[in-house]
Design a protein around this ligand. Sequence first.
Ligand code: TRP
Length: 451
Amino acid sequence: MNSSSSGMWSSRLIFILAAAGSAVGLGNIWRFPYVAGENGGGVFVLAYLLCICVIGLPIMIAEIVLGRAGKNSPIASMTILAKDSGTNPAWQIIGWMGVVAGFMILSFYSVIAGWALAYFFKMVQGVFVSIDALNANRVFEDFIGDPYRLVFWHTVFMAITIFITSRGVDQGLEKAVKVLMPGLFFLLILLLTWAVSSSGHFLEGLSFLFSPKPQDFSGNSVFLAMGQAFFTLSLGMGAIMAYGAYLSKSAGIVGSALTIGGLDTLVALLSGMIIFPIVFANGLEPSAGPGLMFVSLPLAFGNMVAGQIFGAIFFLLVSLAAVTSAISISEPAVAWLAERGKFGRPTSSYIIGLFAWVLGLGSAFSFNLMSDFTLLPERSFFDSMDFLSNNILLPLGGILISVFVGWRLKAEILVDQLPNLPRLFWVLLIFSLRFIAPGAIFIVFAMSILK
Ligand code: TRP
């Protein structure tokens, strides 16, 4: 039993592109700006950057190590590695929690990605040409108020994702990310140029993002920044572990993780630097919530030269970036079901996709039919899924992963996965995994409970 049923990456570069394709997605372009906007900007961004460096990068390295050493789905890999390390088989809980978190994330992710798909078609139709803020808002409100349209686009997005997943992660995905990532960068730079030159509020946007105001500081913003760091780097649920299983032995793990984390952070910061100037220039609320990107960007495109074309390409790229992320969210569950041998890879993908699709209906309806329904106190179904997975399950998974690799994984396995690592990096990595990362996650949890 090994990962050959799902294929191997053909090179280190392809792995980096695939993992970056997993990391870069709605988390960067849609979620980062709106969560930063809701939490005061600067302090949140600072906490987020700290979490990426101190918690995110060591855990990403740990996940790739576990995946490549275990060579199977996260559940099976953890079982094998716990056994080889002579420790408790219960460590496979990391894999199981990942599957649960994956279902929850995939379900609402597909709903929001469906919005991006729908906006691609709206752009093509010219819905936003010369639009003003009021009307851009109205288009969005009308759209999310319509359960049929949300379910339709949720279905389309899930179908695309599952179709690609069913073919194995090595086919299709490679080709997609090679075109997608450069294309996305190009359009972000174009939008940034526009935000700098036309909005007249670029500095205001920058200062919102980068100047921490101490009065905004609360344990809660650090807590949410940590959840965002896990979400944006695809950590804590075995997605990167699953991708690590398809990585060849010769590739360097630490360099790969730094590249992936760097690209991901760059895209998030660029998105914020684009969205906030537009928000301030048009009197929008930075704390507008999940609709932030779907109101501010159409407004910008609607008022720029050839904006209809660029806007259409942009939302297409965002949708595709979401596909490459969604694939990785489903991968731990699909790989697990496929390796059990009852169903082939395609059927496994359909089954996982169907379950996530059903769960996603709750999120789609939470914007209309079920808008008064709360699952957790004061949180809609969508907010509850997002909160439980990103802010609870992923950090918990992160603690377990770092503690396992730092304290339990057999030393030879670790050394074998990280040959030629300079001594300083070793010390830093082990120290982070043993103390800093789990300690920081724990403290942030505690702070948010005691606040
Ligand atoms: N990181 C992706 C984004 O920013 C989402 C994602 C993909 C994810 N795989 C994941 C989030 C695994 C959590 C866990 O959009």
